[in-house]
Design a protein around this ligand. Structure first.
Ligand SMILES: [Zn+2]
Length: 471
């Protein structure tokens, strides 16, 4: 592999932004500085532009089966990681769910191989812990999976009967996580409260798509966050709360952090830039917005921004789980498989390609967060929490040469037609943004050059992740 010199840009890390040239060699960042007479095979002019660590999206669901394996997300590791690359994301961490006829460990190893054959960017995998009745010896598997790079495990506090684990299993899992140096993650919604709410809605004929959001009340999310933190504290484990959607739930995290709890919260662009009011009146087309926890009312957004600004929330990932609105022939039934009946709408929204641009437009351009905080939210903190730092999430000699040359003055309009996803709609359709990635490097390779991809499936490497760095 040759060398590349990225010249004259402003290099942004989570702690500082400085003008510097960056020399890439053999897939790594070889040097960083000004006034050197460095030679390289290729020179990229970055004057007037920013050089950012490649984005790390620690929450994606590519070719992901849901609802008892009756359907799956539209994008696979091929289209999904192409889209990620175009959006400036050079690492995704996806999820492994136990398959019905395989153990969790077998499912993990199989999915790793499937993804490795298709990925254009580096990837890791979190393990999802099934309820113990689905696999009584699952703790043994989890222990073995640490050596396979699964340094984070996700527990569902929602979906009783399919995915939900009870508090006893949460405690057992948290205890093992401490022993293994693993970061437990929780989908924090009270599944019983939601199921009851769904029953009440259905019995009064309120079945339309937008009632999905009504079923998932703020209280059910805040309660589960509070309970997860209390349980984690009692065991002494750190904790990561995925996709925090409710400002009330974010406040629970804030209170816990003030008390000294080691808890980190993630939110997603759809909760910051889209609102219930955008889909409440769309009838069955509201299915496009259905995800869990739900996209909430506009008044909720400001609380999430405050939490991001205050450090209460620590990462922005996507929970990318795209389904199509029009039914393709080669996919199982997608968003409109049961129009007018919200419990059957596949949960999930796309976003892996749009994450950086949407957060830049709504966060940096509005002055809510600065560029260093932006880098921390989308790359550095995720790298630290999920065992990828300092190889990734940092621009410094010795780190992987995963870089984005970002043009803060470039205009772009987000559309589904202009995206690289299979998903046939975009939550941010028509959004005008100023600031987008123009060059994307993945381990030194110039993967995207002004909208043109140069790479082949399988070039992305599986990342056997190490222990989280919690500080
Ligand atoms: Zn998810």
């Amino acid at each position: 592999m040759g060398s590349t010199l990225i010249k004259g840009g402003t290099v942004v890390n989570a702690d500082a932004a400085v003008t510097a040239d960056v020399l890439l060699r053999d897939g790594k960042i070889a040097a960083l500085g000004l006034g050197h007479d460095w030679r390289a095979d290729t020179v990229v002019d970055a004057s007037g532009k920013l050089v950012l660590p490649g984005g790390i999206d620690v929450h994606t669901h590519l070719e992901y089966p849901i609802d008892g394996f009756t359907t799956r997300t539209a994008d696979d590791f091929h289209s999904g990681t192409i889209a990620a690359a175009h959006g400036g994301t050079t690492t995704v961490v996806d999820f492994v769910k136990k398959e019905p006829d395989r153990s969790l460990r077998e499912s993990y190893l199989r999915r790793r191989d499937v993804a490795a054959a298709k990925s254009f960017v580096d990837f890791g995998l979190h393990a999802i812990v099934p309820p113990r009745e689905q696999q009584p010896d699952v703790l043994d598997d989890l222990r073995l999976l640490v050596a396979e790079g699964a340094s984070s495990w996700k527990f569902f506090m929602a979906y009783p009967g399919t995915q939900m684990v009870d508090d006893g299993q949460l405690l057992d899992g948290f205890e093992l996580a401490v022993e293994c140096g693993v970061l437990p993650m929780v989908h924090a919604e009270n599944g019983h409260m939601i199921d009851r709410e769904i029953r009440l809605l259905l019995s009064s004929g309120r079945t339309a798509e937008s009632f999905h959001a009504v079923a998932h009340a703020h209280e059910s999310e805040a309660e589960a966050v509070h309970r997860a933190v209390v349980l984690a504290d009692s065991v002494g484990t750190p904790l990561y709360v995925v996709h925090v959607s409710s400002a009330e739930a974010a406040m629970e995290i804030g209170r816990a952090r003030t008390r000294g709890s080691r808890v980190w919260g993630e939110t997603c662009p759809q909760y910051l830039a889209v609102a219930y009011e955008d889909y409440a009146d769309l009838g069955e087309r509201a299915a496009a917005y259905v995800c869990s926890p739900p996209i909430r009312e506009r008044g909720n957004q400001e609380g999430l921004w405050r939490a991001l600004g205050a450090g209460t929330l620590s990462t922005v990932a996507t929970d990318h789980a795209g389904f199509c609105m029009e039914q393709p022939d080669d996919l199982p039934p997608q968003k409109l498989r049961s129009p007018g009946y919200f419990p059957k709408v596949p949960n999930g929204v796309p976003g892996v390609e749009d994450r950086l641009m949407v957060l830049w437009e709504t966060g940096v351009r509005t002055g809510r967060i600065d560029v260093c905080r932006f880098v921390d939210l989308v790359a550095t903190r995720p790298a630290k929490l999920f065992g990828l730092f300092p190889d990734k999430g940092l621009i410094a000699p010795g780190a992987d040469a995963d870089l984005v040359v970002w043009d803060p003055a470039a205009d772009h309009v987000i559309t589904a037609a202009g995206s690289h996803l299979r998903t046939d709609y975009n939550l941010y359709e028509g959004m005008r943004v100023t600031g987008r990635p123009v060059h994307v490097f993945s381990r030194g390779h110039h993967l995207v050059d002004d909208g043109v991809l140069d790479g082949e499936p399988g070039r992305g490497a599986f990342l056997a992740r190490g222990n989280p760095q919690i500080f």
